[in-house]
Design a protein around this ligand. Sequence first.
Ligand code: IMP
Length: 193
Amino acid sequence: MLTVVAATQNEHKLRELRDILEKSGMKVISQKDAGLEKTDVEENGETFEQNSFIKADAIMRLSGMIAVADDSGLEVDFLNGAPGVYSARYAGEHKSDLDNNNKLLKELSGVENRRARFVSVVTMVYPDGRVIYARGECPGTILEAPRGKGGFGYDPLFLPDGLDKTFAEVTQEEKNSVSHRAKALEKLEELLK
Ligand code: IMP
């Protein structure tokens, strides 16, 4: 069985990566399990691909094991793709998901075009230098007020196409059936075959 370290300190992402990759027969361990609990990696890339590689490469080097990272974010059409790679720090460094959601609602106040998409780039980096990239996207709409208590990030504001619930109202299974991260991981699985 292939064992990989998930290069993330986000518990939600770890669960989503684990749920999906373990179905493909991989064992996913956390950074903590690999003895790397407090690891700050500077995400100074300008694309999801660059940041995803930076995270996976750093954890592969520190652990000596195959590492997998997700870099993801929300692209809003009216905002020309913002917040994009800056999604986690849209309202500023060390601000909360709530602050980011409030900033997004303010930027879209009175705006009719609320089309957006979540994007995820999953990167797997091997100690021998091999790198595999897989991108997934999930189109949807930004609501005018949050709905639901589950999930993380922009989940309460995001209504994915084809579902009548926000990502904060669905079960993990429902989210995994359409999400950007699930699509990227499915593509990764195909590339690994
Ligand atoms: P990263 O850790 O730099 O990849 O930051 C990704 C950010 O994008 C998160 O902090 C969230 O704000 C947002 N994001 C990415 N994926 C999701 C998701 O599945 N639901 C809600 N927000 C997400």
